[in-house]
Design a protein around this ligand. Structure first.
Ligand SMILES: Nc1ncnc2c1ncn2[C@@H]1O[C@H](COP(=O)(O)OP(=O)(O)OP(=O)(O)O)[C@@H](O)[C@H]1O
Length: 265
């Protein structure tokens, strides 16, 4: 369970470039819920994920994970609880380490155990079995450098890595945006499977309205650092893309969507 209460984040405070990126965000996300997060450029989506991961410190408000106040915890301290997959397939894993070493590092995240221990033969066997489940044949490439993989393969391995440390929260920041449509579909279906099997509490930022409605159980829209729409259950099931766009336009004072950053499919 994630509890965000009254979070405010301001960048460049007191400078001419001061930007209030989050302005009093409240969100309670029950364990295992999969939330899609939408909003136009600069709405505060990545900042919200950064605040949850600990990269961005909130100046006001609190963030609790399973009842523990983590507001002042650093990113490394939160890393055993929170896993992230980024838009850039090169981020979040080490290109110069092998697939197996990357998996071992992910498994050791937030723990004091070293890489050696994480690479014990029983763990190696486990890594091979887990990566075989992706159906990409990567179990035969465990000793290849991560940098040799395609973008889609890297995102798939990054998703798998997110499950190895036992963290219960998954943050996905447009993790399919850099992939071709077919590969994006594969990674999204894998995401759905991994989230369900591991009962991960998930926030997925997407610019695609279609993805926002097709994946997950709840959709949250941010606008200028605030939650302006929060739908789940039957209300969400009854929404289609034109509806969502109309709701979005209403939040913007009736201004039509002319923002290229919002994809409708
Ligand atoms: N490190 C930073 N320093 C200064 N300003 C920042 C920083 N990070 C984000 N911002 C600003 O805060 C606002 C929110 O940014 P954020 O990246 O959270 O938006 P977003 O909704 O993820 O947008 P996009 O869809 O374009 O990625 C933007 O105006 C952005 O320019």
């Amino acid at each position: 369970m994630i509890t965000v209460q009254g979070i405010h984040v301001t960048f460049g405070r007191g400078t001419p470039l001061e930007k209030k990126a989050l302005r009093g965000v409240d969100l309670t996300i029950p364990e295992g819920q999969f939330v899609t997060v939408i909003g136009s450029n600069g709405a505060g989506k990545s900042t919200l994920l950064g605040a949850l991961a600990g990269d961005v410190l909130a100046e006001r408000g609190t963030i609790a994970i399973d009842g523990t106040d983590v507001t002042r915890w650093t990113t490394p301290r939160r890393s055993a609880l929170v896993a992230r997959v980024f838009q850039d397939p090169m981020a979040g894993s080490c290109a110069n380490l092998t697939i197996e070493e990357n998996m071992a590092l992910a498994a050791a995240r937030g723990r004091r155990r070293g890489l050696g221990l994480a690479l014990r033969s029983d763990r190696r066997h486990q890594f091979r079995e887990r990566i075989a489940e992706l159906g990409l044949g990567l179990e035969r490439r465990l000793h290849d450098r991560m940098g040799l993989l395609s973008g889609g393969q890297r995102q798939a391995v990054s998703l798998l890595m997110a499950t190895l440390s036992g963290s219960k929260i998954l943050l996905l920041d447009e993790h399919t945006a850099a992939l071709d449509p077919a590969t994006a579909d594969f990674v999204l279906d894998l995401t759905r499977r991994i989230v369900r099997e591991n009962r991960l509490t998930t926030l997925m930022v997407t610019h695609s309205m279609r993805q926002a409605l097709d994946y997950g159980d709840r959709t949250v829209m941010l606008h200028e650092g605030q939650v302006v729409l929060d739908v789940a259950g039957e209300e969400r099931a009854g929404l289609d893309v034109p509806h969502l766009l109309a709701l979005f336009a209403r939040q913007r004072g009736g201004v039509e969507i002319s923002d290229d950053s919002l994809l409708i499919d």
